[in-house]
Design a protein around this ligand. Sequence first.
Ligand code: SAM
Length: 376
Amino acid sequence: MQDPVKTAPGAPGALAAPTAPTASSAPRELRFEAQRIAFGPMMFHAAMLLRDLGLLAALKAAHPTGLTASAVAAKAGISAYGARVLLEAGLGMDLVHLAALEDPEGPYRLAPLGAVFLQDPMTRANADFVRDVCYRGMADLGASIREARPAGLEAFGAWPTIYEGLSQLPPKVQESWFRFDHYYSDSAFPAVLPLVFRARPRRLLDVGGNTGRFALQCVRHDPDVQVTLLDLPGQLAKAAENVAAAGFSGRIGGHPLDLLDATQPFPGGFDAVWMSQFLCCFPEEDIVHLLRRGAAALNAGGSLYVLDTYWDRQKTPAAAYCLQATSLYFTALANGTSRMYHSRDLLRCVDAAGLVVEEDVDGLGISHTLFRCRVR
Ligand SMILES: C[S@@+](CC[C@H](N)C(=O)[O-])C[C@H]1O[C@@H](n2cnc3c(N)ncnc32)[C@H](O)[C@@H]1O
């Protein structure tokens, strides 16, 4: 197993201060970073409005000349006052630049960070997810931690976890949830298919198969494989629609169940059991049970695959930061007890479930690691 990436936030190299730092001795840049955190939730909304009211796009179209604040206001269809407060917040975030400090009317220009915030697909998936799914519920992070339940989920409904409510969330919230989930998994699926199908599994069990996205890729990749999806009824109803629309109802089936209900057995007789972006949805004790039940569904010689994202296995601090932040969604919105794991946490669960990792591949898609496991 590889060592943690030294540049990941929280990695040993990043914390090597011999004595506790004090606020008064902190360099100016650190104090600025602290203010970014302090005002972050407010600036976030300003950044989203700069994006969604079209201010950043107007500045992009007018690059490099730029636009005055009143011209931006006219293009966005907002008041001059509204344009000025958003543009000035944008200056603070370095999303826009002002041609001359002495003239606050502008012209304003799109800054390099503004171009990333406007155009980068990962930033868009993350930002929409934070605004539409997480923002309101995140105010209940403290209650969620104290009570080990997703207290923030009450913003949407009275479900015990977000998974029971997923198919009933408001359309925009669902759209942002799925776009976030798919943004990450879609990047990894093409990379893992050759690894999973090297052993030519004939029957594959996709545990937490959601709306059938991976199953559809499997049946397109291998003409002989049959896939069974395990998930909650709401997700499987959506999966059945997708599978039928793609013409694969004969090769992809669904088995609705609450995977945490130990009285409901998994179906058996599979050459491969697949768990993608799934175990991060559970606390460690449930992960061990789910792995054991997955292992019991395997034919002799079969493999259990775990595809997930671990913050210690990331190539960049930005990727580790995204995962560490996503953990807070699991706490306040999803179930109050799971998180984006360190790889060692997950490997400990694999061992406790009586499995051994035979293959451990990092760098799949944007941020995924694949463990191929067999029964010990
Ligand atoms: C984060 S999604 C991952 C979906 C998909 N495997 C992927 O890679 O994109 C987790 C899935 O686990 C399912 N799930 C969570 N808790 C469950 C439970 N108790 N019973 C059945 N399915 C559950 C959710 O409904 C969801 O489809």
